[in-house]
Each structure stands twice: as structure tokens, then as C-alpha cells.
Design a protein around this ligand. Structure first.
Ligand SMILES: [Ca+2]
Length: 413
């Protein structure tokens, strides 16, 4: 019951369309606002008729027919409106799912094999009624997705609240994936449903300052490599709301995204990290793995041995939109790495300052163990870079052991 109550309370602040048949009854009101789960409970908890000294109150009847969220259409103010259409799948026709990601409808990344794995079901539990999607387990990877319309530039900080309500039997098989195109870099957030067999809501919450608010937000429901049981999805939501608190500046906070690679484990997409290759290493790719000697790290990035000499490859993330507050401050980048030979893993920080480049670097000793190491640089007091580039470079060597990377961090203080 508490789940339903919280859900309705949240919606009551967001939804603006309440289609209500007037004629109110105390019972219906109490049922809607979650004071009990049955008529008996309500009647015994709130003996309205028993209070002899109460003033006479006209008791009517309230019947809630539907709650319709306002969906952002791509025009005007996007705040407080749902960014996806058909967020509870009532209108979805599984037979017509195609692979074109378009606002206004759900699509499948791989419709031909995945379509037969999805079916609409009717729920009639204590918590949820109505339509849900049951996703089968015969296809190793299913992604049901929907992009938002283009979000206009505006002058207030924004907070994204996105959530997925679902139930799975096995853990780590179903997740909400949110991909945001923000100030030229792709941000990706993944939250998996725990396999407890009970209804669970997972959410992504993220604040952007003015100037970094994404122009598009794509929501996906992803099911991967599933071998056990079914997964049932009740609904997906995403709202942008105005964020009144002061926008986070550049100072004193983590500036990298997905530095621990936990968001990459699901999709194997590195966003916003990308691989830079030079000297003829075309076709090489980084991968996301778990180090059996350090499983407590969760997912880590693995860089392969470059083929070409001279040449190399690096994992790169660019932090955009720095402002004048960073003048004279110290940049500190940190990484935990594992490399089996010297010159195999180098941390490099680069900032363009006019025609010059400010650089700081530090290297792993190459002893085959995990080590944290850092590089620092001081920004001159009279200028500041527009962006900072963090690179984790794998050099050419005869040693073919993978180079592992985790816990990458960048802060300016
Ligand atoms: Ca990790």
C-alpha cells in the first residue's frame, strides 16, 4: 500500500489533468489518498458517523475516472510534463513495434527477434491494476526505447526525475536506461531492478545547470542475457522539473560521469567515455569486465594491447562548460589501474589555454597490482580553459595483459 500511496502523492503534484466525477464520498477520498486498503479498514479507522458532536457535513461521492499526465509535445515549456508517450503501455500495439526511435511511440532496437518476446498483460494486484508488459527470456538482448522531443534551451537549472516500475524474478536482468545528449556529450544512466520478485521502482535523478541541459532524453527498458523467469514492466516515467537550488558550479565536486564504469556494465556502451585510436589501431575496442581478483570493484574498463607501433589507444572523457570560477584553481585527476608492465597505463589531463596546452600526467608502476595514482595542474589566475580532457593512455608494449581502469575522478578546487 505504501508504494501506491507514494506514487499517487507524487503524481498529484505533477499531473495537472485530473478527470474527476464530482459527487464525493469520504470513503473514496480516503481510498484515493491511501488511508487504508479496504473498506473495513477505513471504516474502523475513521468512524465518521460516530462523532455526535461533529457539525453536519454534506457527504458526497468522489469517483476517480482517470489521471492523464500532460505529455511534452516539443513545443513551449517542457517542465512538469511527461517526456514519453504511452508511459504505461495502454496504447502499445506489440505487433507494430519497429526499430525507428521516434518521439510519440515505443520502438525496439531489434524488432524481428524481440517482438515475440513481449506481450501485454492485465494486472489485478493489490498495488497495480491495468496494463503491463511481460518480457520473455528467449532473446539475449531486448531494448524498448523512446526518445523525447527536442528540449529547448532555457534559463533555469533543470532536474530530471526518471523511473521504472517493474518486477523480476532473477536479479540484474531488467533495467531502466536513460541516455541524455547534454552540451555535446552523451550521458548514460542505468538502474537495474533487483530480482526480489516484488514490485520495485528504480529511478535516475540528475541536475543540470543552465547551459548543460540536454536537448534530448531517451528512455529505454532493457533486458539482457536473461536466462531465468519473466520480467513485468508496469510503467516508465521521465519529467524535467525546475531546480531552484543554485546550480552546481565547477568547483569542489566530481566532474566526470561514470568514472567507476558501473553504468556501462549493462549496455557495454562507454558513454560519455570514448576510445581514441592513433597510429593504425583501427578496429580496437575497449571492453567492460569484472576483475576476478578484485570483484569488489564491480565493472572496470579494459584496454586491449595496441597492434601498431608507433601507436596507441586511450579512453577519453571531456568535461565541457568550465567557467571563470576555475581561474587559479588546481585540477586533480585520479584513477585506479592495473597494468603488468611499465609504460602501460598513463593518466593524462589536458586543458587548452589559447594556443598553449596545460598538461599533467602520472603513470602506473606496472607491477600487475591495482594502484591509485593522480595528476595535478594549476590553472593560471588570468585565464581558464573551456574544457578539460582526461585520457587514460595504453602505450605499445610486448606485454599483452589487459590494462584495467576503475574509479576515475576529476575535481577542481
Ligand atoms: Ca567499478
Amino acid at each position: 500500500m505504501s508504494t501506491k500511496t507514494g506514487h499517487l502523492a507524487q503524481h498529484s503534484t505533477i499531473f495537472r489533468h485530473l478527470t474527476v466525477a464530482l459527487c464525493l464520498s469520504a470513503y473514496s477520498l480516503l481510498a484515493i489518498f491511501g488511508c487504508g486498503s479496504s473498506r473495513d479498514e477505513i471504516d474502523s479507522a475513521v468512524p465518521l458517523d460516530a462523532a455526535d458532536n461533529s457539525p453536519e457535513v454534506a457527504v458526497g461521492k468522489l469517483e476517480l475516472i482517470s489521471i492523464e499526465p500532460i505529455v511534452y509535445s516539443g513545443k513551449g515549456d517542457p517542465y512538469g510534463k511527461l517526456l514519453v508517450v504511452d508511459n504505461d503501455f495502454t496504447k502499445l500495439d506489440v505487433a507494430t513495434l519497429d526499430e525507428m526511435p521516434t518521439f510519440g511511440k515505443w520502438s525496439l532496437a531489434n524488432p524481428n527477434s524481440a517482438r515475440t518476446e513481449i506481450r501485454k498483460v492485465k494486472l489485478a494486484s493489490d498495488i497495480y491494476q491495468g496494463t503491463a508488459l511481460e518480457i520473455g527470456n528467449s532473446v539475449p538482448s531486448i531494448e524498448l526505447r523512446q526518445p523525447s522531443p527536442t528540449i529547448p534551451v532555457n534559463d533555469v537549472p533543470a532536474k530530471l526525475v526518471a523511473s521504472l516500475t517493474a518486477k523480476t524474478e532473477a536479479s540484474d536482468e531488467l533495467a531502466l536506461r536513460v541516455v541524455c545528449d547534454s552540451a555535446g556529450r552523451v550521458e548514460e544512466y542505468v538502474r537495474a531492478i533487483p530480482g526480489s520478485g516484488v514490485w520495485t521502482t528504480v529511478s535516475v535523478s540528475k541536475v543540470w545547470p543552465v547551459g548543460s541541459i540536454p536537448t534530448n532524453i531517451q528512455l529505454s527498458i532493457t533486458r539482457r542475457g536473461a536466462t531465468e523467469g519473466s520480467a513485468v514492466v508496469k510503467q516508465v516515467e521521465a519529467y524535467l522539473v525546475r531546480h531552484d537550488a543554485a546550480a552546481a558550479g565547477n568547483l569542489g565536486r566530481e566532474l566526470l560521469l561514470n568514472g567507476g564504469f558501473e553504468d556501462s556494465g549493462w549496455t557495454k556502451s562507454m558513454a560519455p567515455w570514448y576510445l581514441s585510436l592513433w597510429g593504425g589501431n583501427a578496429g580496437k575496442s575497449a571492453s567492460i569486465v569484472i576483475d576476478p581478483e578484485a570483484p569488489e570493484r564491480g565493472y572496470v574498463a579494459s584496454l586491449p594491447k595496441p597492434d601498431a607501433d608507433p601507436g596507441g589507444l586511450s579512453l577519453v572523457q571531456v568535461v565541457p562548460a568550465l567557467d571563470a570560477s576555475v581561474r587559479g584553481k588546481t585540477i586533480t585527476a585520479r584513477v585506479s589501474g592495473k597494468a603488468a608492465a611499465p609504460d602501460q597505463l598513463r593518466l593524462l589531463v589536458k586543458c587548452k589555454l589559447g594556443s598553449e596546452e596545460l598538461r599533467a600526467t602520472s603513470a602506473h608502476p606496472g607491477d600487475g597490482n591495482w594502484h591509485e595514482f593522480a595528476a595535478t595542474a594549476t590553472i593560471p589566475p588570468d585565464q581558464y580553459p573551456a574544457e578539460v580532457r582526461v585520457e587514460l593512455v595504453r602505450g605499445v608494449s610486448v606485454n599483452a595483459s589487459p590494462v584495467l581502469i576503475d574509479g576515475v575522478s576529476l575535481q577542481i578546487d
